[in-house]
Design a protein around this ligand. Structure first.
Ligand SMILES: Cc1cc2nc3c(=O)[nH]c(=O)nc-3n(C[C@H](O)[C@H](O)[C@H](O)COP(=O)(O)O)c2cc1C
Length: 346
């Protein structure tokens, strides 16, 4: 499959939306580590009403700071729903609040969401996808990007190209394809070659997503899909330095990939933010959730996970972080020189 990815031109790298995992706290931390060009918020579910601004701000607090993370990386809000008029009203509100574009979710596999006609179930009905994208496109100013994220299908992938064409015809200017059907869930592999088929069917830029955990995966995904940008979810949570590693290996950039010792201050930053913004009974769980991912990559995280597994009291966690002999977790954060390249994500 011919690749449009030029050597020494690093791919555009997006952080994936992940409800309950990659929220504003982890977006803040991962974009401080750096190497990522843009984020998409976890889905904001639209049913039959115009949501008040405070709901958007709760899910995407970056709206109050120019739709940027603290490290200056743009965040685009994602809407999930099936009613074109209601989606359009909420998209218009988001645009007025300054979201860096509006992304539409056509991939969520959750039963409750699909039962109400939203997410991946829409992939059976390209005409309804077209109505939703068109209504949203018409409702937001011309300068606000409308994009979409889809799976390859619901029960099968035979409508993938038709869905992508409906998204394009509706006026979206970018499409992320999670290279699996709803029925395939999150089971490996991801079918990156089908992203290449979708690319052939449309003219808008197509970003490849699914099962990129390493530089080698990124290289293969770019080659098989022909895409020049990747969206990465779980791989970035497991290895926050993956963006830098991809830039170095595939972009030829002479830069250092952060080691565990450099990630540790980010863990303190994560904990500080969790304590400021997350309700007390959920705090310990959030730290352990991240450690549970990190331990797949870092032996040090495995040790931390074992020590903290049964600890639920936030004060005890703080004491663990502060204890003598613990590496200094309060060292200043790494200062990246990488500037996000939002325009280079195609
Ligand atoms: C816990 C979890 C929550 C997710 N939430 C969303 C979401 O809110 N919106 C969305 O478009 N995709 C969501 N996804 C899908 C991811 O964005 C991504 O497409 C998927 O994880 C495959 O990419 P990866 O292999 O790089 O993780 C979620 C995935 C997970 C595991």
């Amino acid at each position: 499959m011919p690749s449009s990815h030029r050597p020494h031109q690093p791919p555009g790298l997006l952080l994936a939306p992940m409800e309950g995992l990659l929220d504003f706290v982890l977006r803040d931390v991962l974009t401080r580590v750096g190497g990522w060009d843009r984020c998409v918020s976890e889905f904001i579910r639209i049913t039959d009403q115009l949501l008040p601004e405070r709901v958007f701000l709760r899910i995407m607090p970056e709206l109050a700071q120019g739709s940027l993370t603290a490290a200056g990386v743009p965040v685009r809000a994602q809407l999930l729903g099936s009613d074109p008029a209601c989606m359009a009203d909420n998209a218009a509100r988001l645009a007025a609040m300054g979201s860096r574009g509006v992304d539409l979710n056509f991939g969520c596999p959750a039963k409750v969401v699909n039962r109400h006609g939203g997410g991946a179930v829409l992939l059976q009905d390209p005409a309804q996808i077209h109505r939703i994208v068109s209504a949203v496109r018409a409702a937001v100013p011309a300068g606000v990007v409308v994009s979409a994220k889809m799976r390859l299908g619901f029960a099968h992938d035979r409508l993938a190209e038709a869905c992508a064409q409906a998204i394009e015809a509706g006026g979206a200017s970018e499409l992320v394809v999670h290279a699996r059907t709803k029925a395939q869930g999150y089971r490996p592999p991801a079918y990156w070659h089908r992203v290449a088929d979708v690319r052939q069917a449309v003219r808008i830029p197509v970003v490849a997503n699914g099962e990129v955990w390493s530089v080698a995966d990124a290289r293969r995904c770019l080659a098989e899909s022909g895409a020049s940008s990747l969206m990465i979810g779980r791989g970035a949570v497991v290895d926050p330095g993956l963006g830098w590693a991809i830039r170095r290996e595939l972009g030829g950039a002479d830069l250092a990939v952060p080691r565990w010792s450099e990630l540790l201050p980010q863990m303190q930053g994560f904990w500080t933010l969790v304590c400021q913004r997350i309700e007390p009974r959920a705090r310990a769980g959030r730290l352990k959730q991240w450690l549970n991912f990190l331990r797949r990559r870092f032996p040090e995280a495995q040790r931390a996970y074992e020590e903290l597994r049964t600890v639920n009291d936030p004060a005890a966690i703080q004491a663990w972080l502060d204890r003598p002999g613990q590496p200094d977790l309060r060292a200043p954060a790494r200062n990246d020189s990488h500037m996000p390249r939002e325009e280079a994500l195609a």
